[in-house]
Design a protein around this ligand. Structure first.
Ligand SMILES: [Zn+2]
Ligand SMILES: [Zn+2]
Length: 270
């Protein structure tokens, strides 16, 4: 079963078997055991799109299937799901999101029909490096997740406090940034770096540098429409590689926690 959810743990408690990728433990329909889930979509629409593609791999043009029989209807459902997610996580479109794959049951221990190990279908060592992969119980994911959100809140909040002391300017167009219009600007993810810029200015810069890079590597007209959204690029100040998905996620976190004063009493609603 593949479903989107905001809180895997709660979802597992409430509707055992309805989240992420599960497998039947017994011959009866329940209980299901959760095998893995994907996390990190910064909006619900993207999560739903991902979910739809995962549930309908044979209808998903995005998976660039070369033959129609790659995802047959009567395939073992678990193996189809694993093959689909394996392709999806490598896809350029999905790689724009700061995705996190959490595996709860070791893939090595799952044997599919014809005695194939699940780990040979979803080879996590071959996934793009930017995808975070963690293993363990759902509680371990929660701890990791809370830790990374706290780190992000700290960075965004301390920068916000510094910015309130003086006027903030965009590193790229040099125009003023309205601090309280959170969706209008981004901060570098490096704590030590002071680069801030308008969202649109950085998007333009990243798309331009990506387009240039693409043009030198391959036909510049290939999949041009997909290049409208940036994937990421280098910070103009500290030169670290910034993924667009991570920047947007940090912006959303800033909006949620700073705007609603959730940081002040340290009572993060996590
Ligand atoms: Zn600007
Ligand atoms: Zn920087």
């Amino acid at each position: 079963m593949r479903r989107s959810t905001n809180d895997p743990k709660r979802r597992l408690r409430q509707h055992n078997g309805e989240i992420a990728l599960g497998a039947k433990k017994t011959e009866s329909k329940r209980p299901w055991e959760m095998i893995l889930f994907v996390y990190g979509f910064t909006n619900h629409t993207a999560a739903l799109q991902f979910e739809w593609s995962w549930q309908n791999p044979s209808k998903t043009r995005r998976l660039h299937l070369t033959s129609d029989d790659e995802f047959r209807e009567n395939d073992d459902r678990l193996s189809t799901s694993l093959r689909a997610i394996s392709k999806m996580l490598r896809d350029k479109f999905w790689s724009r999101w700061p995705l996190h794959l959490h595996i709860m049951v070791p893939l090595k221990l799952i044997t599919l029909q014809k005695r194939i190990n699940a780990s040979t279908i979803l080879d996590v060592t071959n996934l793009p490096k930017k995808i975070r992969i963690t293993h363990g119980k759902v509680e371990e994911f929660s701890d990791y997740h809370k830790g990374s959100i706290r780190k992000c809140v700290r960075n965004e909040y301390s920068k916000y406090l510094n910015h309130t002391k003086m006027k903030l300017f965009c590193d790229l167009c040099l125009e003023n940034i309205n601090l309280d219009d959170h969706k209008n600007y981004l901060n570098c993810l490096n704590m030590e770096c002071n680069m801030s810029s308008h969202l649109t200015c950085l998007a333009k810069k990243f798309t331009k540098s990506e387009a240039l890079e693409m043009a030198t590597l391959q036909n510049p007209y290939d999949e041009l429409d997909e290049e409208i959204l940036p994937i990421g690029g280098k910070c103009s100040s500290c030169q670290i590689i910034l993924s667009w998905g991570d920047l947007i996620q940090a912006m959303m976190i800033r909006e949620k926690y700073v705007q609603n004063d959730l940081v002040i009493n340290e009572n993060f609603s996590l």
